[in-house]
Design a protein around this ligand. Sequence first.
Ligand code: AMP
Length: 219
Amino acid sequence: MNIILLGAPGSGKGTQASFLSKTTSLKAISTGEILRKESTKQTPVGNLLRSYMDSGNLVPDDLVIEVIKSMIKGGCDEGFVFDGFPRNVAQAKKLDEMLSLIDKKIDLVINFEVNDENLIKRIIGRFSCKKCGSVYNRFFRMPSIQNICDNCFGDSFESRSDDNEETIINRLKVYNEATKPLVDYYKNNNLLLSINGLKDHSLISEELMKAIYSLSKKY
Ligand code: AMP
């Protein structure tokens, strides 16, 4: 089973991708995370990636598609959860093509709906544990004990360099122009399930598990 998590930056895709990779045998592929790691390298590719990511623009399709190709090649019999890919219709078509080469397809697209006001708060308030990557938010979800990670008891936190007020405006613009058309693309393919991304993350996880379970019964 191959699933796409679709939604604006800050809509909760990453949290659910990490949940699904821990609780199912699906392999999560987060292009943002992979590209962020590459972008820290002081290499020509690293510098190029940083220039796109720090301004909130999309990295060119051919670079991202190479990343996806090598991840898919690594294989996963149970399937993949794509988090942050595709980001435009050209990438979606390329993904269909790459999957059909290995006799696979997209089975479900979850669309996370969150209004702009909440997206901005979620992004500006977002920080994560340096040790385990657990994500918190200074407006909505602080660690239970101040400065101690609930998950691993780490005491060091970080914020993404692109999670700032200047970049977020462009990231939402890019989402609306390039990525939002995918909602109709997948609706027309009868693959879309829209969910209210404002609900508590554990309720959303439950909803996802139900959708995956009912889909698995069809196979
Ligand atoms: P994310 O962590 O998904 O918010 O992605 C962070 C940044 O990585 C984005 O703002 C883009 O610059 C880049 N990025 C991630 N996924 C893609 C993609 N599928 N296509 C192009 N750029 C991407």
